[in-house]
Write a protein that binds this ligand. Sequence first.
Ligand code: SAH
Length: 220
Amino acid sequence: MAGQIVSDEVLTTRRLRMVEEQIVRRGVTDPAVLEAMRRVPRHLFVPSDMIESAYDDTPLPIGCGQTISQPYIVASMTEQVGLTSSSKVLEIGTGSGYQTAVLAEIARKVYSIELLSALADRAERILNNLYPATVRLQTGDGNDGWPEEAPFDAIMVTAAADKIPSKLLNQLTVNGRMIIPVRLERSDLQELVLARKTSKGVSYEVLYQVRFVPLKRGLH
Ligand code: SAH
């Protein structure tokens, strides 16, 4: 199919341009985040008939009614959650595995939970190949976090919750950060919330409006 004949060279050029035009230009500055976005081959994570669009400034469907986030949102959330090379990170909503890969480029260890096994299985094949020592995956409901591996220095939720799951906050280290889209009551609007845990408690900052698929509760 014509749409699939795109050389690696062309894809790399598009990826570098994506970082400059969509991410640097909109104000992301963390060098580790920019380098991760330059390195991760986003085209491997989108459905094969969407490779042509992999580096476009947009979210894309990944099957099962779910989406891979827009590149800028991935970069911005990664910057805000404040990773270092020693961070242990929990992600809820593996989806395509693209955000997981960006986290894995920067952090020491990434744990990610996906509810839908069809998506989890596909992401696992790609991530086990690219980051066998860094990424661990689980299929199931992420609302309960991953208690056996807690605490985490950073938690990223990539689906919109009705309220912030307290079990996830409990699995954050002191000085840890959690980023999560939260749906406003009786509204379609969602706000991206950054929670910071200190020895005195948790503070919340609303960053900007977003549009994510819903964080589901339990198996269905
Ligand atoms: N970070 C992903 C975005 C995926 S969209 C990417 O880069 O592709 C959000 C994902 O959250 C979907 O795959 C959806 O199935 C998953 N999800 C929804 N509710 C969940 C839950 N309770 N636990 C774990 N995953 C959930």
